[in-house]
Design a protein around this ligand. Structure first.
Ligand code: AMP
Ligand code: MN
Ligand code: MN
Ligand code: MN
Length: 283
């Protein structure tokens, strides 16, 4: 059984429609995928429908933008009730904050001698309901300012770079509680990738497990080297956490993240499903 629990569609910063994503998952020999777009469930209904038609099990998912100690942390939610009110109110705040900072980002880029207009960003985003830095990066690529998204982040858009503008995100403990209130299961995304390691130390993960009932951690991910994956796997075992693995697929824009390049073991998936069902969520 091949299981990939972290993927994006063009509803946020991927490049495939949810349907195309499911077709590619089928082609890649995957039995189960979760669609985990950033801060929105907008693509889920289409993905579930396509999954039934094509014969790939699709799990309802989301990747929440959270914060802890001034650092941006991502949390995966699985099996949530997509209509849950408290969760949706927070998601709306995050999405508005994500888009509202675009003019400020454009003006900071201009200060750096980079001309990218809001219209150009909107045009490459092609109506995506949640527009963020990846779309700003795409506009820069389209104008030939940088060669790819990664260069745009490395030079201008990453958290410690000149055009970075912070935005509203959910405090991590509160985000775990919200996922649970929505009957879902909460898994830390790539906890030791991109600066996460400094704030998500082993004692902090232990505290989140004890105080908020964190359910799992994503151990096998492109942003973790081999040793990091092993250390996280061991830490998760010690804390009784579900340990997942996934591609974090974004379509054509990030070719290093092919569907199924990392996968979740069947036993971990079954434990995840059992927890979702025990909470009354959908799996
Ligand atoms: P935003 O929601 O506008 O803050 O952008 C966050 C998204 O940008 C993440 O979900 C990633 O897909 C992407 N991203 C963030 N940091 C980097 C980075 N250093 N390199 C490449 N992509 C990144
Ligand atoms: Mn992304
Ligand atoms: Mn992420
Ligand atoms: Mn992701």
């Amino acid at each position: 059984m091949r299981i990939d629990l972290h993927t994006h569609s063009r509803v946020t910063d991927g490049t495939d429609t949810p349907t195309m994503l499911v077709m590619k998952a089928f082609q890649a020999g995957l039995d189960v995928i979760a669609l985990t777009d950033h801060d929105t469930f907008d693509g889920v209904a289409e993905a579930l429908e396509a999954g039934k038609r094509i014969g790939v099990k699709v799990l309802t998912g989301i990747e929440l933008s959270c914060s802890l100690g001034g650092q941006v942390i991502h949390l995966l939610g699985y099996g949530c009730d997509v209509w849950n009110r408290a969760l949706n109110e927070e998601l709306a705040k995050v999405r508005v904050g994500r888009t509202q900072r675009l003019p400020e980002m454009c003006s900071r880029l201009r200060e750096q001698g980079v001309e990218v207009t809001l219209d150009e960003v909107m045009s490459v985003a092609q109506g995506a309901p949640s527009i963020g830095r990846p779309h700003v990066a795409d506009a820069m690529v389209a104008k030939g300012i940088v060669k790819d998204r990664q260069e745009a982040f490395d030079r201008y858009l990453a958290q410690d770079k000149p055009a970075y503008v912070p935005r509203y995100s959910i405090e991590l403990g509160r985000a775990i509680d919200l996922v649970h209130e929505a009957k879902g299961v909460a898994v830390l995304a790539h906890p030791w990738g991109r600066g996460g390691r400094e704030v998500l130390t082993a004692p902090v993960i232990e505290r989140l497990t004890r105080e908020h009932g964190l359910d799992g951690i994503e151990t096998d991910h492109r942003d973790h080297d081999r040793d990091t994956r092993l250390l996280l796997f061991e830490l998760g075992a010690r804390l009784g956490l579900i340990r997942t693995g996934s591609s974090d697929y974004h379509g054509a824009k990030r070719p290093d993240r092919e569907l199924g390049c990392f996968t979740t073991r069947k036993s971990a998936y079954l434990e995840l499903v059992a927890r979702i069902r025990a909470r009354g969520g959908t799996a």
